[in-house]
Design a protein around this ligand. Structure first.
Ligand SMILES: [Zn+2]
Length: 486
């Protein structure tokens, strides 16, 4: 009867080395209030200067999200009195956001595309640390660059909201503009939820029809993991649906997600006015964005995760799951494509990256870039399996040795004496020994039970520590039995 309308406001912390309007470094974990200056502390008479790298990153993200970009850059002061904001106003973009009318395709979930209403650049606040009945202030974060992204309320479930955050996280990491770490606050999310009666469709971006809406908009603040976003929104949509089902009204309010209780709770009303008395930031007068500059930024765009995933499926014959895994991190997808270009069979390479390589990387807590496995070494290892006849067990042991020693697979195999035994005269005594040791299996094989052949082959592989060529072992077993020697 009612359809949830969920919109997200996402703050992205940009990976610049300095703050957005002053040269103070952007770093976390330093001595409190050591990374500050008169500008980010809001001293009278200090003047903000825009960080060019922050502007480049914001423009790059705006391009990646298909936004139209404002002809000139404008900043406003959003006034509010709060201890974490030493100037008592935040420099943001209220009157003219950098980007408008963009879109973001969800990675999975039927290819749903969500409209981006706006994308703008602004500064972060400081941090309040509550100790008992005292509140301490750390301004190291004040003035760090943020991009805020506001989506249209086109999401309907917690799962879709979680997918959107995951898709956005992949994109910002591909672009190198944010590390995407929600737990550390690099991506922060607020959500708004309302219900509209089914059948009453609004065009995207339009306000709800006037009159008496059944549910007012509820805001949920500070959702700091994509899982919490899903849980909080699923809880909140069913809470609102239940109120409406019983004929009640949903109060417009701000709520917080209580992780321990698994519920959203109304935030204590601070009685704060939402009149921010926005005025233009006259210390940063409007200036036109040079189309050539914007074109230059656009040329820095890399292939984004969604189209890349489709291309990997199309060009390499991979499954959707394999392509999804490979495109999760850009360096993994790059590694895969370089290995394929060096001659690796794409499906085999993808399968090794997804299974054995990932297992070792997780265990050693390494990224592919930090590991001693190069694409050349992976190609060499797969070549040893395909052409050199080494078995799966030896290949896995060799991969472990590559990680342990940082040496080439062929060298490791040679030095360890792990080369496959492919000579008949070397394998014949092994086969004879196995047949003599397992007369029952030999008899079953003569009676036509093929299962016995696999068993005997397995025993011969075990006897040679995996080095025997299984095809040759099978041929030899048949020969020996035919000659009546078994
Ligand atoms: Zn500063």
């Amino acid at each position: 009867m009612f359809r949830p309308r969920i919109g997200l406001e996402i703050h992205i912390r940009l990976l610049t080395s300095s703050k957005v309007f002053c040269p103070c470094p952007v770093r976390y974990g330093d001595e409190p209030n050591s990374l500050v200056c008169p500008v980010c502390l809001g001293y009278p008479g200090s003047l903000p200067v825009l960080n060019g790298e922050a502007l480049r990153m914001a423009c790059l993200l705006a391009h990646a999200l298909n936004c139209s970009i404002a002809p000139d850059l404008r900043f406003d002061r959003k006034h509010y009195f709060y201890p974490d904001m030493p100037k008592n106003y935040q420099i943001t973009q209220v009157s003219a956001p950098l980007g408008r009318d963009g879109s973001l395709e969800l990675e999975t979930g039927g290819g749903k595309t969500v409209s981006i209403r706006q994308l703008h650049l602004e500064e972060d606040a400081g941090k309040m640390i509550h100790r008992g009945n005292r509140t301490l202030l750390d301004y190291n974060r004040a003035g760090s660059p943020l991009v805020e992204i506001v989506t249209a309320p086109e999401l309907e479930t917690g799962e879709e909201a979680e997918l959107l955050l995951r898709s956005l996280r992949r994109i910002v990491r591909y672009l190198g503009v944010c590390d995407g770490n929600m737990e550390e606050g690099s991506m922060r999310c607020d959500a708004n939820v309302s219900m509209s009666p089914r059948g009453v469709e609004h065009s995207p971006g339009a306000e709800a029809p006037s009159g008496d809406p059944p549910g007012r908009k509820v805001e949920i603040k500070n959702l700091n993991s994509s899982r919490f976003v899903r849980l909080a929104l699923d809880y909140e949509t069913s809470r609102q649906r239940e109120i409406l089902r019983r004929g009640g009204r949903v109060a417009g309010e701000t709520r917080l997600w209580n992780e321990a209780a698994g519920v959203t709770e109304a935030m204590r009303d601070k009685g704060e006015s939402s009149d921010y008395r926005n005025v233009p930031e006259t210390d940063l007068p409007p200036f036109p964005l040079d189309p050539e500059y914007l074109e230059g930024v656009k040329r820095q765009l890399v292939e984004l995760p969604s189209p890349r995933k489709r291309r990997l499926v199309r060009d390499y014959g991979l499954s959707g799951d394999a392509a999804d895994f490979l495109t999760e991190e850009k360096d993994v997808a790059d590694f895969f494509e370089r290995a394929a270009a060096l001659g690796a069979d794409p499906r085999t390479a993808a399968s090794w990256l997804r299974s054995e390589v990932r297992r070792i990387l997780n265990r050693e807590n390494l990224s592919l870039g930090e590991s001693p496995l190069t694409e050349k070494r992976l190609v060499e290892l797969l070549g040893l399996v395909r052409e050199g006849g080494i078995g799966g067990g030896i290949a896995r042991k060799t991969l472990e040795e590559v990680f342990r020693t940082g040496r080439d697979p062929a060298e490791i195999v040679r030095e360890r004496g792990w080369e496959p035994i492919t000579r008949r005269d070397a394998l014949l005594p092994v086969v004879e020994k196995i047949l003599a040791a397992h007369p029952k299996a030999a008899r079953e094989l003569r009676e036509g039970k093929d299962r016995a052949l696999d068993f005997l082959t397995g025993m011969a592989l075990k006897e040679t520590a995996g080095r025997a060529d299984p095809g040759l072992v099978k041929a030899l077993i048949s020969d020996v039995l035919k000659e009546g020697r078994g």
